[in-house]
Design a protein around this ligand. Structure first.
Ligand code: ZN
Length: 280
């Protein structure tokens, strides 16, 4: 069974993605409704987001196991998971993922669902599975259904790919941090925070203490879902992540809220009201 699934995944790798249909208006509607990050973009930025997502789709296959249906919504959430972390890096291209596979639920090391050890919701492949990202479809959707719980497995796994772009999953994304002479300050900060986690509850999922790579991925979920809270509770960590990602998310959220409040006060429609969405 494992062999068959493995062969099937491997086969998908050597097949280029199919041609893309034109952007559909309902895709924008879906993203606006289900992806908070997208909702917080201007219409112009949403059009760029759509283009970048299409580019991602044109180079990365998205497939589902034959027991589940692959929907446009699945493709949109995989694409959003890919683009959100690199939104501040306009020239970024994922060179280390050729295919994303959706499975019907949590899975084990052999990508089997429904087993006693099926506890993974996402996994970046290594060895012969390098270049492949596997996600549990329900967990992918759950990550976007709650945009405030600091959990999003899609973003988490794409952050691992960012981290691994320099060849090693060590929690220090050198390609994002060209201006840093070395990673020692970042490593020290990680160790400080993991130490704090051992002593008290500091609002960071304990899985972050597994190793630096997981620390980077887990706190990135926090950064993208609750930027203002992260900035308030862990300002130094926030600054590092904002630098890595070239996104001052907390400030963007504050500015958006202020703009919407001003628009409401003046009786005008805010720029992010549904009627003003990009329909490209
Ligand atoms: Zn992880």
């Amino acid at each position: 069974m494992f062999r068959r699934l493995f062969d099937w995944i491997y086969r998908q790798l050597v097949t280029p993605p199919p041609p893309l249909p034109p952007w559909q208006g309902e895709w924008s509607d879906f993203l606006h409704e289900h992806v908070a990050f997208y909702r917080n973009l201007s219409a112009e930025e949403q059009a760029v987001f759509n283009l970048r997502m299409r580019h991602f789709w044109s180079t990365t296959r998205i497939e589902a196991s034959d027991t589940i249906e692959l929907t446009d919504e699945d493709r949109l959430l995989v694409g959003a998971s890919a683009i959100i972390p690199v939104w501040g890096l306009p020239d970024w291209h994922y060179m280390n993922v050729a295919a994303v596979f959706l499975l019907p639920g949590l899975f084990n090391n052999q990508f089997q669902c429904g087993q006693p050890d099926s506890r993974y919701s996402g996994m970046v492949g290594s060895g012969p599975m390098a270049g492949k990202l596997v996600l549990s479809k329900p967990d992918l959707h759950a990550g976007f259904a709650n945009s405030e719980d600091k959990r999003n497995v899609g973003i988490h796994e794409f952050v691992h790919l960012l981290d691994m772009a320099d060849g090693v999953a060590d929690g220090f994304p050198e390609r994002l941090a060209a201006n840093y002479a070395c990673s020692s300050q970042w490593s020290a900060l990680i160790q400080d925070k993991i130490g704090e986690m051992g002593e008290s509850r500091i609002g960071i999922d304990s899985y972050a203490s597994t190793n630096p790579a997981e620390f980077f991925a887990v706190t990135s979920e926090y950064f993208f879902e609750r930027p203002e809270l992260l900035q308030k509770k862990h300002p130094q960590l926030y600054r590092w992540l904002a630098d890595f990602y070239q996104q001052n998310r907390a400030q963007q959220v504050r500015q958006l809220r202020a703009a919407e409040a001003a628009a409401r006060a003046s009786g005008r429609k805010g720029r992010h009201q549904p009627g003003e969405r990009s329909k490209k």
